[in-house]
Design a protein. Structure first.
Length: 302
């Protein structure tokens, strides 16, 4: 199958691409720069020039492909309105190009939308409208299923971990620990975060592409809920610093912008996903990666 991938050279995309190639797919990737194009070629991917702000390029690529996997996101935490706008616009562009074609449209979403409860695959993502988180893209895409869009939502755990270059949430918590001299958690540290290793996520994306029906929510979650205190303690051991509780009112000052998320209880289940796609995560857990130095000394790499 000819598969067009946005974010193919990114943290998750670079784990998805080898799985796609191993499954015999021909992969084309969105390249925003010459450096990105070179990385894609080195990975066995045909680069296609464009960006999320180039709807013409996205539409043309979708027309030329037999499936689209959309993983790219601006992830500008200083301007979330722009990130949400860009995500919604990209999904609308892909939907217009793919409706009625039967081509799978597999896109990144998130599982952390219902704090305080264990999110399952049948739960409806409440984000709706261009100004909502991720531009309400999941709801928009699923609403287009009845119009012939073969939409498949990849609900990634908030922590997609591994060694060798993650720029997501856990590195922010580690940076706060280095800055403050203590590995912090909020309150009693009982809030839970789900997690998945990037290689396990890559394998699941390829399975979902092959067989997920339209309107399916796929949960890329290996660990349903790790207490934030356990994560902080692992970081403290790895850095050789103490672990400390931080009051909820002080979370933003102590952790920076990540504090608004670090205090949330956001577990998620993948029981249905595991059974439906015969998916069994086999790579290191988040705590194992932290203990191995993935976030504190840059090794090992993967």
């Amino acid at each position: 199958m000819k598969v067009f991938v946005t974010g193919a050279s990114g943290w998750i995309g670079s784990a998805v691409v080898p799985e796609l190639l191993a499954a015999g797919h021909e992969v084309t990737g969105l390249a925003r720069s010459a450096d990105s194009a070179e990385r894609l070629r080195a990975a066995g991917v045909t680069p296609r020039e464009g960006s999320l702000d180039d709807p013409g390029a996205l539409s043309a690529a979708a027309h030329d492909a037999e499936a689209v996997i959309h993983l790219a996101n601006k992830h500008d935490w200083s301007n979330m309105a722009e990130s949400n706008r860009a995500e919604r616009a990209a999904v609308e562009t892909f939907a217009a190009a793919l409706e009625g074609t039967g081509k799978p449209f597999v896109f990144a979403s998130g599982a952390a939308f219902q704090p305080g409860t264990m999110v399952v695959e049948t739960d409806v993502n409440p984000a709706s409208g261009p100004e909502s988180p991720r531009g309400g893209a999941e709801r928009f895409a699923f609403d287009r299923v009845e119009h012939g869009l073969h939409a498949i939502a990849l609900r990634f755990a908030p922590t997609v971990h591994g060694a060798g270059g993650e720029h997501g949430f856990i590195p922010q918590i580690v940076a706060a620990a280095r800055r403050n001299g203590v590995a912090g958690y909020v309150g009693d540290g009982s809030s839970r975060w789900s997690a998945v290793h990037r290689r396990d996520a890559g394998a699941l994306v390829t399975k979902a592409l092959a067989s997920a029906p339209a309107g399916t929510a796929v949960h890329a979650v290996a660990e349903e809920g790790i207490a934030t205190r356990e994560i902080a303690e692992a970081i403290g051991v790895a850095l050789g610093i103490p672990t400390q509780s931080v009051a909820a009112d002080d979370a933003l000052e102590h952790f920076g912008w990540i504090g608004m998320f670090w205090r949330l209880d956001i577990p998620a289940s993948s029981a249905v996903t595991r059974e439906r796609f015969d998916w069994t995560p086999t790579n290191p857990t988040l705590l194992e990666d932290i203990a191995a130095g993935a976030y504190t000394d840059g090794s090992p790499t993967d």
